[in-house]
Design a protein around this ligand. Structure first.
Ligand SMILES: Nc1ncnc2c1ncn2[C@@H]1O[C@H](COP(=O)(O)OP(=O)(O)OP(=O)(O)O)[C@@H](O)[C@H]1O
Length: 219
């Protein structure tokens, strides 16, 4: 569950990115985060995973006040979140398998558990047969799916996706959205930021729309 209570964010330098944001995303809910470029979408996502701190108000993740966590408590929070970026942020000199394994290696999991979980994640995104490839050998859509496999390998309860389809064509974008919907049907809370209104039209999920740092809830 994600809760924002009267959250405001002003960057050093004085730029007000978010103003008095209030919303709740229930466990197992899926929502889209929309808004123009600079509306505050990435800032909102970064507040949830503790990459930025709110100046005012509370950001709660599964009931825990993210802004109240110390630096050494952050890794525990991040274990419950899978984060997906537009530019997937893969390590180009590592194989697909190694890229997906990284979160588990950091957590000190056994080689057997890593093998099992990485295979399961790659299977979910349809890339089991490419585990030995390097990212450069994959298409844009496949690279994005490796980023998704890495985000879910730790079985997070919350998936945050910041413009995950930004560089992809319509067909690939729809495939990625379908994947998120499948995770959501399996109980994962999903928040996906997107510019692509065509993609999310006719989907029944709630829309959180940001307009110059202010939230309008649509649908
Ligand atoms: N680190 C930062 N320092 C100062 N200002 C920032 C910083 N990050 C973002 N901003 C400003 O805060 C506002 C919101 O930015 P943010 O990246 O959250 O918007 P966005 O909706 O994700 O935009 P886009 O769709 O272009 O990615 C913008 O005016 C941006 O310039």
């Amino acid at each position: 569950m994600i809760q924002f209570e009267r959250v405001s964010k002003v960057y050093s330098g004085g730029k007000s990115a978010l103003q008095n944001i209030n919303f709740t995303l229930l466990p197992g809910e899926m929502a889209f985060l929309t808004g123009h470029s600079g509306a505050g979408k990435s800032t909102l996502m970064r507040l949830i995973c503790g990459l930025e701190k709110a100046n005012d108000g509370k950001v709660l993740l599964n009931g825990i006040d993210v802004s109240g966590l110390s630096k050494h408590e952050m890794p525990f929070l991040r274990r419950t979140i899978g984060m997906i970026f537009q530019d997937h942020q893969l390590l180009m000199d590592h194989t697909v398998y190694d890229n997906v394994a990284i979160p588990l290696i950091i957590l000190g999991k056994s080689a057997e558990e890593i093998r099992r979980r990485v295979s399961a994640s790659l299977d979910k995104v349809g890339l089991l047969n490419k585990m030995k490839f390097y990212p450069i050998q994959l298409s844009g859509g496949e690279q994005q799916r490796v980023g998704i496999a890495r985000a879910i390998v730790n079985r997070p309860s919350v998936l945050l996706a910041d413009e995950p389809t930004g560089n992809l064509d319509d067909k690939l974008s729809k495939d990625i959205l379908k994947l998120f919907e499948e995770f959501n049907q399996a109980g994962v809370t999903v928040l996906m930021a997107t510019h692509n209104m065509g993609l999310i039209r006719r989907r029944h999920h709630r829309i959180l729309h940001l307009n110059q740092g202010l939230l309008e809830v649509r649908s």
